[in-house]
Design a protein around this ligand. Structure first.
Ligand SMILES: [Zn+2]
Ligand SMILES: [Zn+2]
Length: 293
């Protein structure tokens, strides 16, 4: 970890305006992927994996022509850097790969998750296979180092009860609390909550999901029925270049709309959307699921 990224504090503490949001606060870890040369021993996006030489590399042979496609490394997350990945058992490492082709019926790249104990991998696969073909280059992430940063998120507006939605959409709520909110939000105060106070843009672990493409859809574990929680958000950009979520360290570059800041991994998921991975909250390694948002 040789990079540091710091999200500016939110313009106000939303729980002082709407105290009912307090219990809904969730930690999230923004990953802040930035161009670099990660090693298999680093957390990374699109970097080399700590893959045992003795374990066959995963391939996909469904829904596309030609020879089976080797899966592509998307993210490698060590729990020491990103504790919110909460690996099952004594594992301390999560590896996420995908097939670089969109599969029907939802036209998303199918993901495969591998949990490992890093200390068990003594002999690392030196030259993993690379795909000879991908559907779009946006499915071949550029190697990035990470600068994990824990923040606090509140639910997407669509995830809230009607009562809370009404409070957030009422200008007098903000005025009664003496909150300094830009007057341009007076016509739609809930947009202040959506843009500045609730859900961070970009790659992250944990937190609340970014809805918008559809209304919220609850996800349930196929093994135990528990409500699943957001694990990893794979994003097609890190946010608007002038958004209040741009880290201090990037603000001068963001003004230039530099692609190294707005989308360093170069990932484009299903037409510039997010691929949201969900995990079962039970620490048993139940299967994950994913969703385009
Ligand atoms: Zn495939
Ligand atoms: Zn489960």
């Amino acid at each position: 970890m040789n990079v540091l990224r710091t999200t500016p504090p939110r313009p106000l503490d939303v729980t002082t305006v709407v105290p009912q949001l307090g219990p809904l606060a969730r930690p999230a870890i923004r990953l802040h992927p930035r161009p670099g040369s990660p090693s298999p021993h680093d957390s990374s996006v699109g970097g080399p994996l700590l893959w045992p030489a003795g374990q066959p590399w995963p391939y996909c042979d469904k829904w596309h022509e030609g020879p089976p496609a080797p899966l592509v490394p998307v993210a490698q997350l060590y729990a020491r850097d990103i504790p919110l990945v909460r690996p099952p058992g004594r594992n301390d490492l999560l590896q996420v790969l995908w097939c670089p082709f969109e599969h029907p019926p939802e036209y998303k790249p199918p993901t495969a998750l591998f949990w490992r104990t890093a200390a068990d991998v003594t002999d690392i696969l030196a030259t993993p296979p690379e795909p000879s073909e991908v559907e779009y280059t946006g499915y071949l992430p550029e190697p990035c180092v990470l600068a994990p940063e824990q923040i606090t998120e509140y639910p997407n507006f669509l995830d809230l009860s009607e009562e809370l939605q009404q409070q957030l959409a009422d200008w007098s709520t903000w005025q009664a609390a003496g909150a300094e909110v830009d007057a341009s939000y007076e016509v739609a105060p809930q947009e202040f909550y959506m843009n500045e106070l609730s859900v961070a843009p970009g790659w992250k672990v944990g937190g609340w999901p970014p809805w918008g493409l559809t209304d919220p859809i609850a996800r349930f574990c196929v093994a135990c029925g528990a409500a699943m929680v957001p694990l990893l958000t794979i994003a097609s950009n890190e946010g608007d270049s002038n958004s209040g979520w741009t880290p201090y360290e990037d603000q001068s570059l963001a003004a230039l709309d530099d692609a190294d800041v707005t989308n360093p991994p170069g990932v484009q998921v299903s037409d510039a959307n997010h691929l949201q991975l969900y995990a079962c909250p039970e620490p048993l390694g139940h299967p994950h699921t994913d969703l385009i948002q």
